[in-house]
Design a protein around this ligand. Structure first.
Ligand code: A2P
Length: 336
């Protein structure tokens, strides 16, 4: 017999939190009660769920009484501080931050790739992977299953939504100001001007010269695919797009694979929409991926730098706020 669940969203007023609310509604998640939690700044604010007005409450350690599933998206610091309180109150936490992703006793799950790992949540916490990693894996994991991935070189083109609602607003404001003649804006959420620019720097630099975001893609991809030896290099770039991330992926497999075979595999893979008709100028673009649950995959071609058929190039676009965050979290809750 199916039952309904008491759900809480931590960070309900944020860019991802708002999408979590909409995704619960769109997917008709069996919600008995829904608690919207944010900072004291938002307490009292009204939001709508299934035509009902709900009032945002201030997050406290006592917020989780009676809650079955708590979806966290308010940053790693708050997850570390409040997730234990949610677990103590009896809730299962699905955490969108990087706080617990690499902990051994916390499964890191993309439902299309490793749904069985949700059963290993001995600590009561399941982590939602980094957005670029999720979008990459929806396309790469089915190919890995068929031909075993050996090496991947990824370049990302990441939207401002990854920095939250204020970062999206900064792109809009800077663009407007720039067009009005202010070509020297003061950046706040990013290290540099984002309007009419791009920034090859997401999260902090590590001793090896990569950024933390880049190393998240390396380590999380290995953990989710249970492929500790796969070789990965990555460059993450912030671009002036509002909400969908794109990635150019160069893949080397243990076995040969042709673009036709890859297309066939991807056409029958869940969460993927193959968008690949170069003659008709049809390929994945962030404007088309925005608002979609599926990840768009195209530009599928044989790697011309090799003299065998073990290399493929492809281009993917996926909605960072949906499959890259809110949708994946709700899908994990559905698995539970
Ligand atoms: P608030 O809107 O009240 O600041 P984003 O990723 O778009 O920046 O959103 C971050 C989310 O985390 C928002 O919902 C924000 O709420 C919430 N948040 C930020 N600081 C706190 C805090 N100290 N306590 C609870 N929620 C917080």
């Amino acid at each position: 017999m199916s039952r309904d669940y008491n759900v809480a969203i931590v960070g309900a007023t944020g860019a991802v939190g708002v999408e979590m609310l909409l995704t619960l509604e769109k997917r008709n998640f069996p919600v008995k009660t829904l608690k919207l939690l944010a900072s004291s700044r938002s307490a009292g604010k009204e939001m709508t769920f299934k035509g009902q007005t709900l009032v945002v409450e201030e997050l406290t350690h006592e917020s989780f009484e009676g809650v079955d599933v708590a979806l966290f998206s308010a940053g790693a610091g708050l997850s570390k501080e409040y997730a234990p309180s949610a677990v103590k109150a009896g809730a299962v936490v699905v955490d969108n931050s990087s706080a617990f992703r690499m902990d051994e006793d916390v499964p890191l799950v993309v439902p299309e790739v490793n749904p069985e790992d949700v059963k290993k949540a001995s600590r009561g916490i399941i982590a939602n992977p980094n957005c670029s990693t999720i979008i990459e894996l929806v396309a790469v994991a089915p190919l890995h299953r068929a031909k075993k991935l050996k090496r991947m070189v990824a370049s990302t083109y990441q939207a401002t939504s990854g920095g939250g609602a204020a970062a999206m607003q900064e792109l809009i404001d800077q663009t407007r100001d720039y067009l009005a003649g202010n070509t020297q804006p003061t950046p706040e959420k990013f290290a540099h001007q984002i309007a009419f620019n791009l920034i090859p720097h997401i999260d902090v630099f590590q001793p090896n010269g990569y950024t933390k975001e880049e190393m998240k893609m390396v380590n999380e991809t290995r953990k989710i695919m249970h492929a500790p030896d796969v070789q990965i290099s990555c460059t993450c770039v912030r671009i002036p797009v509002l909400r969908a991330h794109s990635e150019a992926l160069n893949l080397e497999f243990e076995e040969e694979i042709t673009p036709e075979e890859a297309r066939r595999i991807l056409c029958s893979s869940p969460g993927v929409e193959v968008v690949d008709d170069p003659a008709g100028n049809v390929y994945p673009m962030p404007k088309d991926a925005s608002g979609k649950f599926d990840v768009l995959v195209g530009r599928i071609r044989q790697d011309c730098s090799r003299n065998d058929k073990r290399g493929l190039d492809l281009f993917v676009s996926g909605d960072q706020l949906l499959k890259g965050a809110a949708l994946n979290a709700v899908q994990i809750a559905e698995l539970l």
